[in-house]
Design a protein around this ligand. Structure first.
Ligand code: IPM
Ligand code: MG
Length: 357
């Protein structure tokens, strides 16, 4: 039986609470299934590491991670350290170094969770957002000069490469093709941004020729927010640039009931490096240590991880247990319940243990 090596990086804020919950659930799944073996190693990297050592992770951190099959990540961000330091020092550093160029963000209204949209049924909102995760507005290309002077200048250059756009487009068309509706919406702002995003549209049309069974359309990102809100059932798979998809995925999470349930997978589709799985919500310092963080996003992203490792049955069982628990109304306060992180986790473990899922 193959054993999978998982690097857990709980990091900051509620990260340790939700990753701790996820690891308990994964261990229950291992016991229940018998043919699942995970070797988990936990790393204490993050803001506390930064305060002690001046860096978010050790210099050989990436080399260490390379040996793992997947990374299970909590959240980064601390009130006393600038956000760009914590993010670029750990999470974005891992995404970039391991060329995890496809960020996959499924959104669904889970049983027992209400959408803020009036009259929307669960089947009306079932999306996968594919976010370009290696370049675009997050390329880290830019600089500042004449600091502090009136003539100070700062540039933040969005980089779009033919190779980068083509590979994310192929990935998104592939996801759309694998889903029943075979429907892809390509999001840009190619009316105002007339170089990189016009190239997006052109490459989308080129790649579309290789996927004749996928229906696709184009949306400008501003109009997309309206369509997501007013006609959610008209969408299925969505592909957008790094920043546009960042924004749209927060909207998607809110429309599905809470950002607290939204998962994300940072994937290297070529499998040269480990991929990284995390909840979308951040470190949420306002509720850290209170025991009320919603662990559902970290369970869902664990299911994404199992799927990526080629264990779709284990993933399906985990999600069946999670939806049984949400459907029974065992929910944390962000989704209208009164349960604690621990109570939700115990209920999911219970469902894994006894259910014939
Ligand atoms: C996300 C987050 C991150 C992002 C932040 C924390 C840098 O908002 O995963 O959506 O923008 O990528
Ligand atoms: Mg975001």
């Amino acid at each position: 039986m193959k054993e999978y090596a998982i690097a857990a990086i709980p990091a900051d804020g509620i990260g340790p609470e939700v990753i701790g919950a996820g690891l308990r659930v994964l261990s229950a799944l291992e016991q229940r299934l018998g043919d699942l073996r995970l070797r988990i190693e936990t790393f204490d990297w993050g803001s506390a590491h930064y305060r002690r050592h001046g860096v978010m992770m050790p210099a050989d951190g990436l080399d260490t991670l390379k040996r793992f099959d997947a990374i299970y990540f909590g959240a980064v961000g601390a009130p006393d350290i600038p956000d760009d330091v914590t993010l670029w020092g750990l999470r974005l550093r891992i995404c970039q170094a391991f060329d995890q160029y496809a960020n996959v963000r499924p959104t669904k209204i889970l049983p027992g969770i209400a959408s803020p949209l009036r009259g929307v049924r669960a089947e009306d909102l079932d999306w996968v957002i594919v976010r370009e995760n290696s370049e675009g507005e997050y390329a880290g290309h830019g600089g500042r000069a004449h600091r502090g002077l009136p003539e100070e200048i700062a540039t933040e250059v969005a980089i779009f490469t033919r190779a980068g756009v083509t590979r994310i487009m192929r990935y998104a068309f592939g996801i759309a093709q694998s889903r029943p509706r075979k429907l892809l919406t390509v999001v840009t702002k190619s009316n105002a941004q007339r170089y990189g995003l016009v190239m997006w549209d052109e490459i989308a049309a080129e790649v579309a020729r290789d996927f004749p069974d996928v229906a696709w359309d184009r949306m400008l990102v501003d109009a997309m927010t309206v369509r997501m809100t007013l006609r959610p059932q008209s969408l299925d798979t969505i592909v957008a640039t790094n920043l546009h998809a960042d924004i749209l995925s927060d909207l998607a999470g809110a429309l599905a009931g809470s950002i607290g349930v939204a998962p994300t997978a940072n994937i290297d589709p070529e499998r040269r490096f480990p991929s990284m799985f995390e909840p979308i919500h951040g470190s949420a310092f306002d509720i850290a240590g209170k025991g009320i963080a919603n662990p559902v996003a970290s369970f869902w992203t664990a299911a994404q991880m199992l799927e990526h490792l080629g264990l779709p049955e284990a993933a399906a069982r985990l999600m069946a247990a999670v939806t049984r628990v949400t459907g029974a109304g065992i929910l944390t306060p962000d989704v209208g319940g009164t349960a604690t992180t621990e109570q939700v986790t115990d209920a999911v473990i219970d469902a894994i243990r006894k259910a014939n899922l």
